[in-house]
Write a protein that binds this ligand. Sequence first.
Ligand SMILES: Cc1cc2nc3c(=O)[nH]c(=O)nc-3n(C[C@H](O)[C@H](O)[C@H](O)COP(=O)(O)OP(=O)(O)OC[C@H]3O[C@@H](n4cnc5c(N)ncnc54)[C@H](O)[C@@H]3O)c2cc1C
Length: 403
Amino acid sequence: MQRFAPAPTHQYDVAVIGAGPAGGCAAATLAAAGWRVALIERTALPRHRVCGEFLSPEAQATLRHLGLQDELAALKPRALTAATLTSRRGATLEMALPGVAWGLSRFALDAALAQAAVARGAELLAETTVTRVHHDDQGATLLLRRSDGEQHLRARAVLMAGGRRSTPKLPPAAPTRPREELFVGLKSHVTGLTMPDRVELFLFAGGYVGVNPVETGAANVCLLVSYAQFARAGRTLPAMFAAIAAQNAAFAHRMQEAHLLAETFCTVAAVDTHRPAAPWVEMACLGDTATMIPPLCGDGMAMALRSAELCAPLAHDYLRGACSLSAWRDRYCECWQAEFTGRLRLGRALQSLLNHPPLADALVASGRFVPRLADYVVRMTRGDQQAAPAQPDGNSTQRARIR
Ligand SMILES: Cc1cc2nc3c(=O)[nH]c(=O)nc-3n(C[C@H](O)[C@H](O)[C@H](O)COP(=O)(O)OP(=O)(O)OC[C@H]3O[C@@H](n4cnc5c(N)ncnc54)[C@H](O)[C@@H]3O)c2cc1C
């Protein structure tokens, strides 16, 4: 077996792995508190990413608490105030959102969060992959792979925010569930649609597709589909759109004038919406690394941001010697479970239900006749829009300021 022989060259207080919403937000917060932060991202930024690009209302509470809302509002996201859900049989349920959501591309969002981190003093190491993390008594040594070779980096604390396929045991973990239970995600921006201020969801056999406007004036069309249905459709995005349009007339109507922007196409494979939760595995796991809520809930980014908000003050206290690593771990896991367990359970139940056409129709119908039921379900799959961060002393009523 190859021995890991660290030869540290760069020293940081915190290494944050991954510059998605969770990593960018955590890096900005800890850099603002004066810590020397390395934000390490495998890809170049900006870049497109598979996502519905629906930033739910509760995400803004986190952005506001962390002083990031103005920088993102400057990107001029499209305000979204409602959602519709259309079943295969054409029944549509309309729901008011419990606040204003944003239609904001990941191309703009992730780059802006990384930029906010840099503006607060973090160092962004883009096109750099962390391939190994070796912990010791003083912190950790990270092995980095770049196009020009390998490097080591030392950090006193490490936050893992590498997304749904990354685990602290790098490189990306192989999926643990059978392929039939996993999904493929696809997205494209399209022009030519005149869209109201809402997100529209359409159900089809083996998945669902969301359409909402984003800040560029285009609309984002993003879907999650089972492997079997993806293969049946022909394994390409245009073929998949055609297959959905053949099943759901409302989607066909919505896409009539759509022109796909090929440069925005992306796909992800092996999406597991039922992965067990793991908020701490050798280090704090943020966002999708800890687990993933079904995209249908449109809450993954809000959870990623919120997990950063929960974790950053605890990391701060650890770094300044006010708590031990085990106290940080215990408190973070406790807050994480309290905040997300119920939402995940309901989100997963909802996804399973909507995968069965007769049940989906029954849900849409009952939501239409009992609108308060639909509002209740929408509210229960999301967090508190005013939620305050965890404090290591257990007082969760204070704001997220790190002093
Ligand atoms: C089809 C689909 C639709 C979705 N729609 C929505 C939606 O509309 N609204 C919503 O809120 N959520 C949505 N989600 C969920 C949302 O995309 C995720 O919850 C969110 O991106 C999680 O953020 P994150 O920061 O944890 O991880 P990510 O956004 O995945 O970011 C992780 C980053 O880490 C980098 N990275 C990974 N490994 C390494 C490594 N070893 N070294 C360095 N860098 C690394 C990656 O390149 C990436 O940039 C959707 C998901 C899917 C699959």
